[in-house]
Design a protein around this ligand. Structure first.
Ligand SMILES: C[S@@+](CC[C@H](N)C(=O)[O-])C[C@H]1O[C@@H](n2cnc3c(N)ncnc32)[C@H](O)[C@@H]1O
Length: 276
């Protein structure tokens, strides 16, 4: 069967772009989509892997799990079920951090690292920085470790419920930026595309309490506690939240001594009030 013939059939069953990406992945994984147009009279070879991927996509499984990878900030990250797929909107966190005036040897702490995409990107964009990344999930930490090894291996990983283990293991240390994309989706939101999210781990996405903001509330509270002992514990906090939560999040941050500085799409930057 030629690529053209396979694509014609596949596009009747799944999204046209997804069909092309599957064909490309199986037939010419290093090429881009223009290659398909120029070579669509070539044989797909054995159609089995293409059909298997098509069937998985038909059931709604995201391409990132089917392919085992996803791009984030221009780099590839390994993905597997059990760990959140890196999202383009999370790149705003990197953009917000890159706009800050930070010391050359900046120190970053990421809470809830998942695949490690944010922490590893920071390590690569700030080559002299120190990056500590935490997660409560072992699968996430394993995935982050594998990605870290693939990308220079500069991130330190730690299992922790929010900041619980951070001070014990790294006592006396302080950070320039604490960054977090914690679960913030309230499962009760009516507009939620539940089908699209059903393959990803619930515990990486959903929080019901405080309209999804419970983990951020606890994180700001813990940071506030740390700063009672060490005013310089962190200067900036950068987090991701849904636009419908951002007003409430500003209030939470304010309550714990942080002022809202800037919003970029889903990303929000806060600065410690008494360090401004
Ligand atoms: C929305 S995902 C974000 C993953 C990754 N940072 C990204 O942006 O793609 C949230 C991550 O926070 C982790 N997490 C959930 N509750 C946590 C907690 N109490 N402490 C630390 N990490 C937590 C989840 O395991 C998950 O990996």
């Amino acid at each position: 069967m030629t690529i053209k013939e396979w694509l014609e059939k596949a596009k009747l069953r799944i999204d046209a772009l997804d069909a092309e990406l599957i064909a490309l992945k199986c037939v010419a994984p290093l090429a881009d989509r223009s290659w398909l147009v120029a070579h669509d009279d070539e044989s797909v070879g054995t159609a089995e892997p293409l059909e298997e991927m098509l069937e998985r996509r038909l059931k709604g499984e995201p391409l990132a799990y089917i392919f085992g990878e996803k791009e984030f900030y221009g780099r590839k990250f390994w993905t597997q079920p059990g760990v959140l797929i890196p999202r383009p909107e999370t790149e705003a966190l990197i953009e917000l951090i890159k706009e800050l005036k930070l010391p050359q040897k900046a120190r970053f702490l990421e809470i809830g690292t998942g695949s490690g995409c944010v922490a590893i990107t920071l390590a690569l964009e700030f080559p002299q920085s120190y990056v500590l990344a935490t997660d409560i999930s072992e699968t996430a930490l394993d995935t982050a470790e594998r990605n870290d090894v693939m990308h220079e291996g500069r991130v330190e990983l730690l299992m922790s419920d929010l900041l619980d283990e951070v001070n014990l293991e790294f006592e006396g240390e302080q950070y320039d930026v604490v960054v977090a994309n914690l679960p913030y989706v309230n499962p009760d939101w009516e507009w939620l595309d539940r089908e699209g999210l059903k393959f990803e781990p619930r515990e990486a996405l959903f929080v019901k309490e405080k309209n999804g903001l419970m983990l951020y509330f606890r994180l700001f509270e813990q940071i506030f506690e740390r700063m009672k002992d060490n005013l310089y514990w962190t200067r900036y906090v950068v987090v991701e939240a849904d636009p419908c939560q951002q007003r409430e999040l500003k209030k939470i941050a304010r309550r714990f001594g942080f002022e809202h500085i800037k919003t970029l799409d889903y990303g929000m930057l806060f600065e410690r009030v008494d360090l401004k």
